[in-house]
Ligand binder design. Structure first.
Ligand code: OGA
Ligand code: MN
Length: 308
């Protein structure tokens, strides 16, 4: 095993090569991949040769994989429920003209961490490029450990012990999806500390997300302002970089110490086919095996039926 690691920023992000991701990893190689992941937060693997099946098999070596929400009334684009669809394509593989789907996906262009709206979150996200647009469509990443460490001491003290309330529907509303504040509130929140210890590295990290609506126990406007202030701090140029894709490129990020957002592109004219697996935090069995479908069902959201 000969893992080659090229840092992207001095403290954050690395391009990694030297191993074949299409074959099962031995224990030592798996540990080396996890060690690189913990240290750098984001790892980029070029030209992996991964297919849907080997993407899933590779991901599964790191824990329990979430199932993407099963849409009702329309065929799912992928044969495997472990693949979350981050493309702009519909089930037949052509560029989607469904306005609701487009507005729903827009939320991914806001800085966020995956599944912060779940009580049991996503720890690792593994996003594989199948088709990239000619221009734009990159993904941006932000370093939530360095950002926390660089915060003024007074801010660290001010936010210690605070918890944010997260909702998928809040980030969808921010992206333009038609929802009222009342509808977002009625669907409930997952609550997570604003600062936590990143277990794998032992470093402290901000845990922010575009899904974060407000701060428990603070007036809403004050909570919103604090979230905006921390997000602006953590996404300054020294904490962020972007990656561009060619088919076969895989990027892996640790959602417990990073934020990310999709880059803009001409989504009505250019195809972008990205597929993601999500490794559940802590390998927990306590959450429902199909918690994303449950979330959409409970909210009564069906992207493929017109809203009344
Ligand atoms: C995701 C996501 C952004 C992108 O898949 O979780 O936010 O660039 N993707 O596709
Ligand atoms: Mn995401």
């Amino acid at each position: 095993m000969n893992l080659i690691v090229r840092p992207i920023l001095p403290r954050f992000g690395a391009e990694v090569s030297g191993i074949d991701l299409t074959k099962p990893l031995d224990a030592e190689t798996r540990e080396a991949v996890l060690a690189a992941q913990s240290r750098w937060g984001v790892t980029m693997w070029r030209d992996t040769g991964l297919t849907d099946e080997t993407h899933i098999a590779f991901s599964r070596q790191f824990g329990h994989l979430e199932l993407a929400p099963a849409p009702s009334g329309k065929p799912y684009r992928h044969a495997h429920r472990e693949l979350f669809d981050a493309s702009n394509l519909d089930a037949s593989g052509t560029i989607s003209t469904n306005e609701l789907v487009r507005l729903h996906n827009r939320g991914n262009q806001i800085w966020h961490t995956d599944a912060s709206f779940m009580p049991v979150r996503t720890e690792l996200s593994l996003l594989l490029c199948h088709e990239a647009p000619a221009a734009g469509g990159e993904t941006w990443f932000a370093d939530m450990r360095a950002a926390y460490e660089d915060l003024p001491r007074s801010t660290q003290e001010r936010i210690a012990g605070l918890r944010a309330r997260h909702s998928l529907w809040w980030s969808r509303k921010r992206g333009g999806f038609p929802l009222t504040d009342e509808e977002v509130d009625a669907r409930g929140y997952a609550v997570h500390p604003l600062v936590h210890v990143h277990r794998r590295s032992g470093r402290q990290a901000l845990y922010l997300s575009g899904h974060a609506r407000d701060i428990e126990g603070l007036p809403r406007a004050q909570g919103e302002a604090l979230l905006a202030e921390l997000t602006a701090f953590a996404t300054q140029p020294q904490y962020v970089f972007s990656v561009s894709y060619a088919p076969g490129d895989l990027v892996i990020w640790d959602d417990l110490c990073t934020m990310h957002r999709g880059g803009e592109f001409d989504e009505l004219h250019h195809r972008r086919d990205m597929r993601r697996t999500s490794v559940r935090e802590g390998g927990s069995a306590e959450a429902s095996a199909d918690q994303f479908t449950d979330l959409y069902r409970a909210a009564g959201v069906d992207l493929h039926k017109p809203r009344r």
